[in-house]
Design a protein around this ligand. Structure first.
Ligand code: PGA
Ligand code: ZN
Length: 428
């Protein structure tokens, strides 16, 4: 029997896709197996997420992680050395107790999620299994339907447009391989159209084209043209998905669309989005209202929930209790699952399970600040989430994830089942 005792841990500073410091953790088992993971970082964060510990001061704009890394190499190592890496839930519980704050602000959510995921990798390694297979425990899993950004906006593009993500979902795809190939054609067509219109100005934080548009809706019309130019039928072949990230637009039921110089109340924003839902093949909308607008979320879900997937991100922050309460209240019908919002693997899984129990869609998601770490791909497949959101179809911190799903699909061979369009409420 392999010795799965944690013998040694190492934390180090590495760098994310925005060139900012982040935390990498290695967990070494007595048997020699090693697990490694890197914490990602958000830019449009929910106020109830686990807090990243940053150094402050002037270096790296205050984003340094030397204190978080020191916690990994100090208190966290002392806690975990000698523990059995297979006891993920107990380890996560002890990490939470050691931190001792509601928001994981003392040890740092960044130190904690990198540690928790590194432990998980070490355990899978000791079993000689790919992480997704270790997590699946012999149960059937599906390859996720991807949600892929074509235009970036909001906090990921200097607020050039207000809406944060204009994405596509390849509803007509029969496999994951097919879905990314279809998306590649739409992404290429969008680039050509932007170039022809004299609007090609590079890409935003997650690799989507920089949104040089005169209105938010112009991005939607451009997306429709890109889908058609790629030879696809909007709706049947390719659906549109939006992340409004409305917490970035305002508070207390007031929303400001800076690009259009207008301010909306909660009902106005619902009306605007319902109008887009009527005119465009939108199959999914994330954070349509702000994290503090539960009433708006309920109203919007009542009005649109039978036609579209309504995802809570900032509103639910990968928290099982919030998911359960939102489900009881009829706010949202899907949950975004970001491990670093929760801060441990166990809490992440609990939020996903709460979503599944509610009969909701579950979407495992990257952050806008990413790295080559592909843990989320294995979580999405191994936990059978059904959907995966990783940003756009460019830049290697994004492509590393899409390519990892392709490898898993190939490894599963004849057993590969693609979740496809059936994961969306309207299309089930
Ligand atoms: P973030 O945003 O990673 O910058 O917080 C992503 C999202 O809102 O889904
Ligand atoms: Zn979001």
């Amino acid at each position: 029997m392999t010795d799965t005792t944690i013998a040694r841990m190492h934390g180090r500073r590495v760098w994310d896709s925005r060139g900012r410091p982040t935390v990498e953790v290695e967990v070494h088992l007595a048997s020699g197996f090693t697990g490694r993971a890197i914490a990602p970082a958000g830019a449009s964060r929910g106020s109830n997420e686990a807090v990243d510990l940053r150094d402050g001061g002037t270096a790296f704009g205050g984003m340094g992680v030397s204190r978080a890394v020191a916690h990994v190499n100090g208190e966290i190592s002392r806690l975990l050395i000698g523990r059995n890496a297979l006891q993920q839930a107990a380890i996560d519980e002890e990490l939470i107790a050691l931190d001792g704050t509601p928001g994981k602000s003392r040890l740092g959510g960044n130190a904690m999620i990198a540690t928790s995921m590194a432990v998980l990798h070490a355990a899978a390694g000791a079993h000689g299994m790919p992480l997704y297979a270790y997590l699946a425990q012999g149960k059937g899993v599906r390859l996720p339907l991807p949600e892929i950004q074509i235009f970036g906006g909001g906090a990921h593009a200097g607020r050039r447009v207000d809406i944060q993500d204009f994405m596509v979902m390849a509803l007509g795809a029969r496999s994951f391989d097919d879905a990314v190939a279809m998306t590649a054609e739409v992404y290429r067509a969008a680039g050509e159209l932007m170039k022809e219109a004299g609007k090609l100005q590079g890409v935003a934080d997650e690799g989507g084209f920089w949104p040089a548009f005169a209105s938010n809706e112009e991005a939607l019309t451009m997306l429709m043209r890109a889908i058609e130019r790629a030879g696809y039928h909007p709706d049947e072949d390719i659906g549109i998905s939006l992340d409004v990230a409305a917490s970035e637009l305002g508070r207390n039921g007031r929303y400001r669309l800076g690009l259009e110089s207008r301010e909306l109340d909660s009902d106005d924003l619902c009306e605007l989005l319902l109008g887009w839902l009527a005119r465009y093949p939108i199959v999914s909308i994330e954070d349509p209202l702000a994290e503090d607008d539960a009433e708006g979320m309920k109203k919007f879900t009542a009005a649109a929930g039978s036609r579209a997937q309504i995802i809570g991100d900032d509103f639910l922050v990968t928290n099982a209790v919030r998911v359960k309460n939102a489900a009881a209240a009829g706010a949202c019908n899907a949950v975004l699952i970001k491990p670093n919002q929760a801060g441990t693997v166990t809490e992440t899984k609990a939020a996903l399970d709460a979503g599944k129990r509610a009969g909701w869609g579950t979407i495992v998601s990257a952050r806008s600040g990413e790295t080559e770490d592909v843990t989320i791909v294995h979580l999405a497949v191994g936990w059978d989430a059904g959907q995966l959101k990783v940003g756009s179809f460019a830049r290697s911190e994004r492509m590393a994830k899409w390519n990892e799903v392709l490898r898993i699909e190939e490894a599963l061979g004849a057993n590969a089942v693609f979740a496809g369009r059936a994961v969306l409420p309207r299309l089930a």
